[in-house]
Design a protein around this ligand. Structure first.
Ligand code: ADP
Ligand code: MG
Length: 238
């Protein structure tokens, strides 16, 4: 595990600047929720962390290592998306182990990690099924399992619950929080849902138009919002 340091990251697409001097220090084991309206730059920030997009300027360190110029596969972080993107022709077991196999991990070790993750997530009875035989919630758990087996330094989650219905969303939200308490892997969780932010975060980072408005623990943000935008978004009384 490791902390993450984002230092003055800016991202422009042509003339459009979507992240403006974004800086954030995340402690080892912390669960940070990045929240803000659609289009404010949340996914772009995660993609830059994952190495799927390049920052226009600024640096990123994971633990002691500057990863700004490293390829996605060399960063030791795992990303969970809203569209789970499981391989339809592979069983759950093979979907979960795929990344490790590509990395050359030996079969016994893959089996050990997949079995352990499946047990944690309560999907051990589904390991020989194919994705089409799973519910949305079960698929999302497989996607989480695929991230867990890699034993990454950090998890990046981009609106992982947005394809689930309201009831399942509440349930899976609690599961992700429980999983975090158990594994204590540094996590950056992106959502546009203030309830998710308020219930899951150690700290909330709230953004508007590519600019951080406030970084604070949920109760502090609720009690002392930095500005009217934060107050409105979080639903503070004042
Ligand atoms: P969020 O995840 O907060 O909804 P995004 O990070 O996806 O927001 O997008 C932030 C802004 O960047 C939006 O205005 C979006 O249209 C723009 N954007 C994202 N990706 C690209 C791209 N590849 N090319 C041009 N503009 C982009
Ligand atoms: Mg997004």
């Amino acid at each position: 595990m490791a902390g993450i340091r984002i230092d003055s990251v800016t991202k422009s697409y042509g003339g459009l600047t979507v992240l403006k001097a974004f800086s954030l220090d995340i402690a080892d084991g912390e669960f940070v929720v990045l929240v803000g309206p659609s289009g404010c730059g949340k996914s772009t920030m995660l993609k830059i962390l994952a190495g799927l997009e390049e920052a226009t300027s600024g640096t990123i360190a994971i633990g002691e290592r500057d990863v700004t110029d490293l390829a996605p596969g060399d960063r030791d972080i795992a990303m969970v998306f809203q569209n789970y993107a499981l391989y339809p022709h592979l069983t759950v077991r093979k979907n979960m182990g795929f990344g490790l196999k590509m990395r050359g991990t030996d079969a016994g070790e893959i089996d050990r990690r997949v079995n352990e993750a499946a047990k944690i997530l309560g999907i051990d009875h589904l390991l020989e099924r194919r994705p089409r035989a799973l519910s949305g919630g079960q698929r999302q758990r497989v996607a989480l399992g695929r991230a867990i087996v890699r034993e990454p330094l950090a998890f990046l989650m981009d609106e992982p619950l947005s394809n689930l219905d309201a009831k399942l969303r509440v349930h899976t939200r609690a599961e992700i929080s429980a999983l975090h308490k158990r594994l204590r892997v540094t996590t950056i969780y992106v959502t546009h849902d203030q309830t998710e932010a308020m219930t899951m975060a150690d700290r909330i980072v709230i953004m508007k138009d590519g600019v951080i408005q406030q970084i604070a623990a949920p109760e502090v943000m609720f009690r002392e919002p930095a500005n009217l935008f934060v107050a409105g978004f979080i639903g503070s009384p004042g």
